[in-house]
Design a protein around this ligand. Structure first.
Ligand code: C2E
Ligand code: MG
Ligand code: MG
Ligand code: MG
Length: 285
């Protein structure tokens, strides 16, 4: 059988597949048909307000269920999708699916202010018609613009700051919100950050993982939270797995958290069940 390993460094243990080039070829080939064959699924992971316990937002995370190779993680197939340009139709489908899902949760579960966050890829960000595409999807799905958040990684945001400023301004003007993902892993110029019309910084999970691992390990997280508060931005901690991390982050006044402690990413059906059953009082600790 086939086994996927690591993040980018996947390995397929299959007798018929004996070189990495062949593996890549197979993945790339099947990626071309994955959309039409309905092999993608959007999973959702809640973001939780750490003082009220309320679920304010769900992040959409893409999954690829390959018929022979099994579940392939985004870290493996997104780079291939980027290189081949397939990321564009795939991303549009993710956006549409996530907006429709959020609209349905707002209406059917009586959660009128629930938002959805969707990750943007580097290639998408360079697409001249990105803003039109987003507007088109929002009007088709009838989701109010302010309930959509788009996440761009710090690295993508800093690649071409003039382009970033222009696109973020346009996205801001149509009323969607923007957050900076994996914050702390790229090289932000803080003066640019101040000028971007962004809503939130998402602290990369590598810093959250280090919390409670000993002295000095809180320094970066503390600094990012202070920076966000100083710039009047919301701050979200990613990858919160333990109560210890949760408690430390609360002391550091991080309002919003996301991670396995609250919930793994869930299928649409599981997420619906979770949202239906959820009551803020159940939040740990
Ligand atoms: P990301 O946007 O930073 O998403 C967070 C990742 O951390 C997700 O991995 C999530 O499953 C994982 N995670 C959440 N909580 C925890 C935790 O407590 N512990 C640990 N160890 N991990 C946690 P996933 O779903 O494998 O996605 C990886 C990356 O792939 C995402 O990072 C994002 O950059 C990209 N990605 C996922 N879906 C999409 C998509 O639809 N479009 C684009 N362009 N990129 C996507
Ligand atoms: Mg993200
Ligand atoms: Mg992240
Ligand atoms: Mg990431």
């Amino acid at each position: 059988r086939v086994k996927l390993q690591g993040r980018n460094n996947y390995k397929l243990y299959h007798p018929a597949i004996n070189s990495q080039a062949t593996e890549l070829f197979i993945l790339e080939n099947s990626l071309h048909h994955a959309l039409e064959r309905q092999e993608f699924k959007v999973y959702y992971q809640p973001q939780v307000n750490s003082s009220t316990g309320e679920i304010t937002k769900m992040e959409a995370l893409l999954r690829w269920q390959h018929p022979e190779l099994g579940l392939i993680p985004p870290a493996t197939f997104i780079p291939i999708a980027e290189e081949t340009g397939l990321i564009l139709p795939i991303s549009e489908w993710v956006l549409k699916t996530a907006c429709l899902q959020n609209k349905s949760w707002q209406q059917n579960l009586n959660l009128p202010s629930l938002s959805v966050a969707v990750n943007l890829s580097a290639r998408q960000f360079q697409q001249p018609n990105l803003v039109d595409m987003v507007e088109q999807v929002l009007s088709e799905t009838k989701l109010e613009h302010k309930y959509l958040e788009l996440e761009i990684t710090e690295t993508v945001a800093m690649q071409d700051v003039e382009l970033t400023r222009k696109i973020l301004k346009e996205l801001d003007q149509i009323g969607v919100t923007i957050s900076i993902d994996d914050f702390g892993t790229g090289y932000s110029s803080l003066s640019y950050l101040k000028d971007f019309p962004i809503h939130a910084l998402k602290i990369d999970q590598s810093f959250v993982r280090d919390l409670a691992n000993g002295d000095n390990q809180t320094a970066i997280t503390t600094a990012i939270i202070a920076l966000a508060h100083g710039l009047n931005l919301a701050v979200v901690a990613e990858g919160v797995e333990t109560e210890e991390q949760f408690n430390l982050l609360r002391i550091l006044e991080c309002e919003v958290m996301q991670g396995y402690l609250f919930s793994h990413p869930l299928s649409s059906e599981e997420a619906t069940r979770m949202l239906r059953a959820y009551h803020p009082i159940d939040t740990p600790p």
